[in-house]
Design a protein around this ligand. Structure first.
Ligand code: PEP
Ligand code: MN
Length: 362
């Protein structure tokens, strides 16, 4: 079947400037009041931001959280357009949202991570935007790392006749505590770029990191990966924000972050090599994350063994682990010799960690 996404992408209207810096879309997680929306927008405009984001309908995990001001905020976004000349963007999840934002003259819609996981909802949005080809639609990755689901969502939008489509990598959620609120999994964006070289890809370091300190390093990584733009949460008074307060920065802080970014020269012809190297870096980060997770579990086992006065090393258990890993590794094309070297180092460190726990005071 013909892949519409391959042939029908045009640059987003607001990306047509020839600037060498990545395009930054910024604004508060939520529009909360007329004053907060306008004030944030004016400050962002003054630091050179030309596209303003603000959520009106907020997909919150718990029903007791602030769920957005809904249609009331459309007027405020309109005031931002009138008073600052910025383009405005908001999230949609239903046909009613799309109809309301189109009536209000919003320039950019985005489909959130939770909505992207649901093809019925995405199709409903696609049907509602049909015929409005002056609008840009950005599609966040689904919450689970399923590249085809993400691509399918964008294909639905393109099938509805929209050509100004872009993707936003905002990371993926996993069970348990992670360093990132949503694990980046950069390789999905890299693969998306490989398959669709003309598709603009943004990074949302705010939802990825979940903490304001991670916005700068994640933005730098996104630039190093060659992504086209950043989608960043900024609020005139982050500590009072009604949603996502830990990951929002003031417009001044955003300015400092943008100024700190090192822009890479894309013109050199080693792009393919660089891209592969960035994949290696991303794999190494994942490897480190997994090793740290494994050691945490080992320490929990150490505490259990200590409580039950068990000995640290159970040779049978190690033999079972090793055999299972050798079988699995073989299926993945990894040699037994290599696997044994790795597992022996991992096992040694696990034993060391457990001994440390067993001999610790508490
Ligand atoms: C947002 O951008 O405010 C948002 C809700 O994002 P996500 O869909 O990535 O969670
Ligand atoms: Mn948010």
């Amino acid at each position: 079947m013909k892949d519409n996404l391959l042939d029908n992408i045009s640059p987003l209207a607001f990306m047509l400037s020839n600037s060498s810096t990545p395009l930054v879309i910024a604004g508060p997680c939520s529009a909360e009041s007329f004053d907060q929306t306008l004030e944030t927008a004016k400050q962002l405009k003054s630091i050179g931001i030309s596209v303003f984001r603000a959520g009106l309908w907020k997909p919150r995990t718990l029903p007791s959280s602030f769920e957005g001001v809904g249609v009331n905020g459309l007027e405020w976004l309109n005031a931002v357009k009138q008073e600052t000349g910025m383009r405005v963007a908001t999230e949609v999840a239903t046909r009613e949202h799309v109809e309301a934002v189109i009536d209000a003259g919003i320039d950019v819609l985005w489909i959130g991570a939770r909505t992207c996981t649901n093809p019925f909802a995405v199709q409903e949005i696609a049907d509602a935007v049909k015929g409005h080809d002056d609008i840009s639609v950005l599609v966040k990755n689904p919450v689970n790392p399923d590249l085809d689901l993400w691509i399918g969502a964008m294909q639905r939008i393109v099938n509805a006749g929209i050509t100004m489509v872009g993707a936003i990598l905002r990371g993926f959620s996993y069970y348990g505590n992670n360093y990132y609120r949503n694990v980046p999994e950069w390789q999905l964006a890299i693969e998306l770029h490989r398959r669709y070289p003309h598709l603009p890809i943004f990074c949302d370091p705010s939802h990825m990191g979940g903490k304001r300190e991670l916005i700068a390093p994640l933005s730098q990584q996104a630039i190093d990966m060659g992504l086209d733009g950043l989608f960043i949460e900024s609020h005139c008074n982050p500590s009072e924000a009604l949603s996502d307060k830990d990951q929002q920065v003031t417009p001044d802080e955003l300015k400092a972050i943008i100024n700190s970014l090192i822009i890479r020269d894309k013109s050199e012809n080693t792009e393919n090599l660089d891209m592969l190297r960035r994949q290696i870096d991303a794999c190494d980060n994942e490897l480190l994350n997994i090793l740290s997770k494994r050691m945490n579990v080992c320490r929990m086992i150490g505490a259990y063994k200590k409580e039950k006065a068990m000995q640290v090393v159970q040779t049978d258990r190690y033999d079972t682990i090793l055999q299972r890993c050798i079988n699995e590794a073989d299926k993945l094309g990894l040699s037994t010799k290599f696997l044994k070297t790795i597992m022996s180092a991992v096992h040694q460190e696990s034993v060391r960690q457990q001994i440390e726990i067993m001999n610790s005071g508490s």
